[in-house]
Design a protein around this ligand. Structure first.
Ligand code: SF4
Ligand code: SF4
Length: 459
């Protein structure tokens, strides 16, 4: 037929596979996305798992090839493929390295959604995943209940006994136990629904996104974020009814849950006009800024959920676009707004670890460095390979502990070599990982968020 280019063999296979599978858009890698890979290999050395194992199947290029083969029905979606995809940190360093614009994060998340629908994991793994992604993270009350149990374990002496008796080592849980966050006494939930006035002249009115697990483990960080925003002329509203951003579920391929959470957050955060929606968690921010992609794919909202401004497909797309436009990482927002609060001299040798989802996911590199350098008395020491993942990667340090610990070992070597006494970063997950690293490797370095450094310096 004149004007229509002939179909390639791969395209024909792809079309056939789609016809057979009756797929849902967004729940498997798309030809238009994976075919952008030109197999150049420039991403290989940027990839932490390739650097660890030198195995093509554990590189971005190798994983994309496997996705394509599965999509074209030329490879079985079995244990081997699942293992290579599970081992990916979803750090997106390959996206930054790629000259062809491959959106690898999107591909791996869609691949995990495909696995979630088509692959039967072992019974214990299914039970844990169902509990965490479908029951725990979606319900703040359950997070609070679980946190109280963990807090009892940590504060009652049970944890000390488990450590001292060698039980954790015997069960192979010693390293995982070191990663368990300390549970706060005062949960952040009590701040939901509150408004915190600007100090001095009001320069902006913002909504604060407080996170899910962060509300029981990072209350101090959330409070510090609010104080720093207030001190810089922002009125901060903490909308009640907000839920988890859905990042952990989306990264695990549980996209139906992530979409449900995204719809709820749109309703909550678009109830009133705000100049910005602020997050202090790079992992959350990266997903919040991708709500348009998350919500444009997949089935339209179920009829029983079709209510409010996000109740129909067009309304949903508009709302998601508005939400994404307003969402800002706190470092990005403050660096753009400009610090107006006076800062006192704070003598500290500081290095900075790039959070993958800030650097590779949101392409924010300079804003946190600019804020750190703005603190008088701080000596900023750039860390070699600060753009290499610390191995935290959501729940990767729990699911792939050995690989995560190797990456952490490298990271702590570089952090130590800077001579800094404090490591500053921009994501709660990285903070937990680096704190565990400082302890395990005896570097004696304090680990904090950029806004905690600013908070300390507030006059
Ligand atoms: S996301 Fe990270 S771990 Fe996964 S393939 Fe890309 S660079 Fe490698
Ligand atoms: S750099 Fe991009 S185009 Fe090259 S192999 Fe990696 S993903 Fe493919």
């Amino acid at each position: 037929m004149a004007g229509v280019p002939p179909q390639t063999h791969e395209e024909a296979q792809h079309e056939f596979a789609e016809t057979l599978s009756g797929f849902t858009a967004g729940d498997k890698p798309e030809y238009a996305d994976y075919s952008r890979c030109i197999h150049c290999g420039l991403c290989l050395n940027a990839c932490p798992t390739y650097r660890l194992w030198h195995n093509e199947a554990d590189s971005p290029r190798g994983r994309i090839r496997q996705m394509a083969l599965i999509d074209q029905g030329r490879m079985e979606l079995g244990k081997g493929f699942v293992t290579h995809i599970d081992r990916c940190l979803d750090c997106r360093a390959c996206e930054t390295a790629c000259p062809s614009g491959v959106e690898y994060g999107k591909l791996v998340e869609q691949s995990r959604a495909q696995i979630e629908r088509n692959y039967k994991r072992p019974r214990a793994s299914r039970a844990i995943r169902n509990f965490v992604y479908r029951r725990l993270l979606v319900e703040p009350n359950r997070i609070a209940r679980m946190a109280r149990i963990v807090r009892f374990y940590q504060r009652s002496g049970l944890e000390t006994v488990a450590r001292g008796s060698g039980l954790l080592r015997l069960m192979g849980l010693q390293q995982r136990a070191a990663l368990l966050p300390r549970i706060d006494r005062d949960f952040f939930y009590s701040r939901l629904g509150q408004t915190f006035p600007a100090r001095g002249e009001r320069r902006a009115r913002v909504a604060f996104f407080a996170g899910c697990i962060a509300q029981v483990t990072f209350t101090a960080l959330n409070d510090a974020t609010i104080r720093v925003l207030q001190a810089n002329g922002c009125e901060v509203v903490v909308p009640d009814g907000q839920v988890c951003c859905g990042a952990l579920a989306a990264h695990a391929g549980v996209r139906d849950v992530a979409r449900g959470l995204a719809r709820k957050n749109l309703e909550v955060f678009l109830r009133e006009p705000f100049d910005a929606i602020i997050t202090n968690a790079a992992g959350c921010g990266s997903t919040l800024k991708e709500y348009t992609h998350l919500l444009e794919e997949g089935a339209p909202p179920e009829p029983e959920e079709a209510h409010g401004p996000v109740g129909n497909r067009a309304g949903l797309a508009d709302s998601a676009a508005e939400f994404v436009k307003k969402t800002r990482d706190v470092t990005e927002f403050l660096a753009d707004l400009g610090l107006s609060a006076p800062l006192r001299e704070t003598k500290l040798r500081v290095t900075y670890q790039d959070s993958c989802h800030l650097l590779h996911g949101q392409k924010i590199r300079e804003a946190p460095r600019k804020l750190i350098r703005a603190v008088p008395g701080v000596e900023f020491l750039e860390m070699p390979l600060s753009d290499h993942c610390c191995g935290s990667a959501g729940v990767y340090n729990v699911t792939e502990t050995a690989a995560s610990m190797e990456l952490l070992g490298d990271k702590m070597q570089h952090a130590r070599a800077t001579g800094a006494t404090a490591i500053v970063t921009a994501n709660p997950g990285c903070i937990l990982q680096l704190r565990a690293g400082a302890k395990l490797h005896g570097t004696r370095q304090e680990v904090m968020h950029v806004v905690e450094l600013l908070d300390r310096a507030l006059a």
